[in-house]
Ligand binder design. Structure first.
Ligand SMILES: [Zn+2]
Length: 237
């Protein structure tokens, strides 16, 4: 039986809050009905990355040159400046809306489950933040996405397996070669107490050049895995 306080919140307090502060779309600011992050129109404009499309092949080829030991790479959606997905990622990283990460991870997870068969025999390793940045943000957005993927696939999240040794500078203004050097040796694998499942997927929010997520994957010793994947919510094109 539900607690009185839960029922009170759901049937009286929550509708009142929604009436006074109706939920607005994070992308276009239009008022929405129901619990959503973006309105249906903005959501329908988010572009899905089709498996085995030209863009997916380009992403694969690019990441395989950074780390030839990878089994496969996938990003669920295409990210463009000013689109609804950019607003969602921005809210996740800079507006303290960590639940957006769970939502995006669950959406990605449905695709991963169907295409790769991701299930409870897989390990998810979020790209770690440096402890200083994690303290500033309050959470690691990649970890929230991994939790979302776990909710829709049953995979196991290993948040502390890779440590970020250096608080690397922002990659946005760097060239491809500078990005690689910026993250080289930035990650350290730490053997967890419990046995890590050998199908490992590294998880991040956005792949731009892939240098960060590929470097994180390179820190995992080959003896630990049988297959190694990179999964990201978005691919910046
Ligand atoms: Zn909208």
């Amino acid at each position: 039986m539900q607690k009185i306080s839960t029922l009170l919140y759901r049937h009286l307090i929550e509708p009142f809050i929604d009436f006074v502060y109706p939920p607005v779309c994070l992308a276009c600011a239009s008022v929405m009905s129901g619990k959503r992050f973006v309105c249906r129109e903005c959501e329908s404009n988010i572009r899905i990355l089709r498996f085995d499309s030209g863009v997916h092949s380009e992403l694969r080829t690019h990441c395989f040159t950074l780390n030839p030991l990878l089994t496969d790479v996938y990003a669920g959606f295409l990210f463009e400046q000013g689109d609804a997905l950019q607003h969602l990622i921005h809210a996740l990283k800079y507006s303290n809306l960590d639940s957006v990460g769970i939502y995006l991870g669950m959406e990605l997870g449905h695709r991963l489950r169907h295409h790769y068969g991701v299930n409870q025999t897989w390990s998810l390793v979020p790209v770690p933040l440096h402890t200083v940045k994690k303290r500033e943000r309050g959470y690691n957005q990649a970890e929230r996405i991994a939790i979302g993927i776990a909710k829709s696939t049953g995979a196991i999240v290993y948040p502390g397996v890779v440590k970020r040794l250096r608080n690397t500078i922002s990659q946005t203004t760097l060239s491809l070669d500078q990005r690689r050097r910026n993250v080289a040796g930035a990650f350290l694998f730490q053997q967890p107490k419990q046995h890590i499942l050998p199908k490992i997927a590294i998880v991040d929010d956005v792949i731009t050049t892939g240098s960060t997520i590929a470097e994180c994957a390179s820190s995992i010793p080959p003896a630990v895995y049988t297959e190694l994947y990179l999964f990201s919510v978005a691919y910046a094109v």
